[in-house]
Design a protein around this ligand. Structure first.
Ligand code: 6PG
Length: 243
């Protein structure tokens, strides 16, 4: 299925649309399967979305006790470090909504990345849906780096992976380098994936990912193409300027 592209004036409008998508995805999943499994993203782009979900009207439109939150990737620093993806979501969202603590499935980012990845694979297995050994996420939120990375799948990393979660070392901007990432095995089992991307610095890469040649080794975001699910790109006008 081809990705659907939605272009917004700015990050505020994009975040409102993403909040509506989150609410709708949760309602659909809970009506169909009694729970909503979502994988969140790190990076700066989803922060306004998390802040919106923490407030009316969105906060009151979600059955939080049926939501299970995971992460597409995690930076292996303390869970109280501002660079930790769980910590960002906790501060912007979880501290303000009635999501039971047992429904928050963070990676053990305080461990060595290899150990954290193994442990996260076990956590995923507890929510598996046959024939997979991991869940079929109802909504995966992903970002995209200026270099085409997504989650912590970076250019030059192995395209074919056999495990649902891997340890990664990657230097990008001034962010923590030791990470764990879910792999395309998991992302491509999802029912819905939404990429959020803003800013002119992403425009060329976005055009290459969406309209260029298929180069998954160089453009990891191209590795994401669910077997039986949809992909949406929510982007601002600046990021879309070269499409
Ligand atoms: C992370 C991410 C990563 C992020 C992109 C985009 O933990 O670093 O999940 O893949 O989404 O680097 O980051 P921005 O939203 O800050 O541009």
């Amino acid at each position: 299925m081809k990705p659907t592209i939605h272009i917004f004036k700015d990050i505020q409008e994009l975040s409102i649309a993403a909040a509506e998508l989150f609410v709708d995805s949760a309602a659909q999943a809970i009506a169909a399967r009694g729970r909503f499994l979502t994988a969140l993203s790190g990076g700066g782009t989803p922060k306004p979305l998390y802040e919106l979900l923490a407030q009316a009207p969105y906060r009151n439109q979600i059955e939080w006790n049926k939501v299970h939150a995971f992460w597409g990737d995690e930076r292996c620093v303390s869970p109280t470090d501002p660079g930790n993806n769980y910590f960002q979501a906790k501060q912007a969202l979880f501290d303000h909504v009635p999501l039971p603590v047992e429904n928050i499935h963070r990676a053990a980012s305080e461990l060595d990345p290899e150990d954290a990845a193994k442990e996260y694979a076990h956590i995923l297995n507890n929510f598996s849906e046959a024939p997979f050994a991991w869940p079929r996420f109802d909504l995966v939120l992903l970002g995209m780096g200026d270099d085409g990375h997504t989650a912590s799948l970076f250019p030059g990393s192995q395209v074919q992976t056999e495990t649902p979660a891997i340890a990664v070392t990657a230097n990008y901007q001034d962010r923590p380098a030791r990470r764990i990432s879910l792999t395309p095995l998991v992302f491509n089992a999802a029912r819905r994936v939404a990429f959020l991307a803003v800013g002119k610095s992403k425009s060329e890469t976005l055009a290459s990912i969406l309209n260029g040649v298929y180069h998954p080794e160089l453009l990891p975001a191209q590795r994401i193409h669910p077997i039986d699910g949809e992909v949406l790109w929510l982007v601002d006008e600046a990021a879309a300027s070269k499409l």
